[in-house]
Ligand binder design. Structure first.
Ligand code: SAM
Length: 199
């Protein structure tokens, strides 16, 4: 995971920008354009920036991360770009996020879910709390394979394991794309995208 500058932008936190096409991931979510969106565990916020471009100036795009320097960098970045509808928030997905219940229509987490091995239920409960009824939580993460990159295999979870965890919180799987992300040597893709809906 890059901790260096990327494409001339500042990065003091993590970014998958160099190997994940966030636009392609966002296009799979079939956004209508009027959603309140969140890039949760946003790192440098590149997915939030693409989401803002897709949704337009009237949208609200939250970019949340627990790493304060990433949030401070993103605040400066959006100000420099003159973007007023990306709202960077410092907060812990597995703790407390400073938002009212049922605020967000669509939450996307790219390469974040594998951080919740120890506190899966806390994280899902908080994601569920801030999601509107009918809203969606999308998890994009590394396939459970020993590809030699990404987190250690023991931290990777299969879509079935992720589904089981969300099911405990009453969230229903509504989409599973098994070939997403970076192309691997054998022609398959590195990631999956699994989407849950709150009733
Ligand atoms: C691997 S990076 C991915 C960043 C970004 N989503 C991307 O794909 O470029 C994981 C990010 O999740 C954030 N993170 C990890 N645990 C978190 C938590 N409990 N609450 C909020 N953010 C968290 C980290 O600070 C880091 O920025």
């Amino acid at each position: 995971m890059s901790k260096k500058r990327s494409k001339g932008r500042r990065i003091r936190g993590c970014s998958s920008e160099s190997f994940i096409d966030a636009r392609e991931v966002l296009s799979r979510l079939n956004l209508k354009g009027d959603e309140v969106f969140m890039d949760a565990g946003c790192g440098d916020g590149h997915a939030a920036i693409h989401a803002q471009k897709m949704l337009g100036d009237d949208a609200v795009v939250y970019a949340l991360d627990s790493y304060q320097p990433s949030i401070e960098d993103l605040k400066r970045d959006v100000q420099r770009r003159g973007i007023s509808n990306i709202v960077p928030i410092h907060g812990d997905i597995a703790g407390e996020v400073d938002l009212e219940d049922e605020t967000v229509d669509v939450i996307l987490m790219i390469n974040v879910y594998h951080h919740f091995l120890e506190n899966t239920d806390e994280a899902i409960a908080e994601l569920k709390r801030i999601t509107k009824a009918g809203g969606r939580v999308a998890v994009m993460d590394y396939k459970k394979m020993d590809t030699g990159y990404g987190p250690p295999l023991k931290h990777k979870q299969s879509p079935g394991e992720v589904e089981e965890a969300f099911k405990r919180h009453g969230l229903k799987m509504v989409q599973l794309d098994t070939e997403v992300g970076e192309e691997l040597e054998d022609g398959t893709k590195s990631h999956y995208l699994i989407v849950f809906q709150k009733e």
